[in-house]
Design a protein around this ligand. Sequence first.
Ligand code: ADP
Ligand code: MG
Length: 334
Amino acid sequence: MFKPFSLISLCFVGLILSTQATAQWHQKSFEVMGTQAHVEFWLSEANKNTGLTQQQTADNLIIAVEQEMHRIDRLMSPYKADSELSKINQLAGKEAVVINQELFDLLLDSHKIAELTNGTFDITYASIGYQYDYRQGQKPAKPEINQALEAIDYRAVTLDKSQSSVRFKNQDVRIDLGGIAKGHAVKQCLAILQAAGIKHALVSAGGDTGLLGDRRGRPWFVGIKHPRAAEKTAVQLPLANESISTSGDYERYFIENGVRYHHIINPKTGDSARKVVSVSIIGKNSTYVDALSTAVFVKGLQQGMTLINQLPEYEAIIIDNQQTLHVSEGLQQD
Ligand code: ADP
Ligand code: MG
């Protein structure tokens, strides 16, 4: 009686071991777009391409994700003189510039979100934004800000769909996609993984995270950083099949005379937004949650929550100046 039983259980152990050898989690962290990115996914046997080992398939997927993020960075970085974005900033004040379709579509999304958020998300913030250097502790003086304010207006960017071209109202206008490009990159990378048959994945770039499925029967846990204690987490959120983006005043900043100057700019004032300290937006569209977290940060608690409560597809978690946490209606328990 004993022997056959142990033989059978041995067979089961063998089966379990062989599944473990071919189906497992794969992950990598890397630097891109001036921040830390991470990819993590479950590769089951069903995803195995003919002729490749599971490890090779996983390695290729990780390379594809890394390359995609670097490709988007090369296209959209304001710091790379030869990026298409830099070309637009050099030329579009003088003439219409025909641009890459993907970039054009992201400019269209940026315009839509600017309209939706009443110009609190506005990529032309860069008309003054480029004069801030948070590492060096530099900010523009009042007269420079006042002069640039006229150029900060999303309506100063004309997009021509028939030509895929962009034109600025004048040579003072500049754009920067720092508030939306990482969300777009996360979306693109999730699409790559999904096309390869992956059902469970996490892709993040800085404060932007996108999720495919759950963590195999369990939710993913995505942390929101404590805004005033670098290594602490303020909340852990159980999520599946969602994207979440956090905008905080603690990522890039310097303090002068007790005032915090950081990388989220109120387009109406040309100064850093200071009504709240952290905003996270949850929703299906990685690109939109990225831009909306920046917009809600500028709007502050009241106006920001009002906007999100009007958008059924999005939820918000806002930490105010007193470090009190507020959640949108969809996250409140009855
Ligand atoms: P992070 O870049 O740290 O993920 P955000 O998603 O909040 O944070 O984006 C902040 C970035 O967005 C800034 O670094 C800047 O490039 C850009 N930005 C700042 N203010 C605005 C604004 N009002 N509208 C659009 N983009 C902005
Ligand atoms: Mg953002």
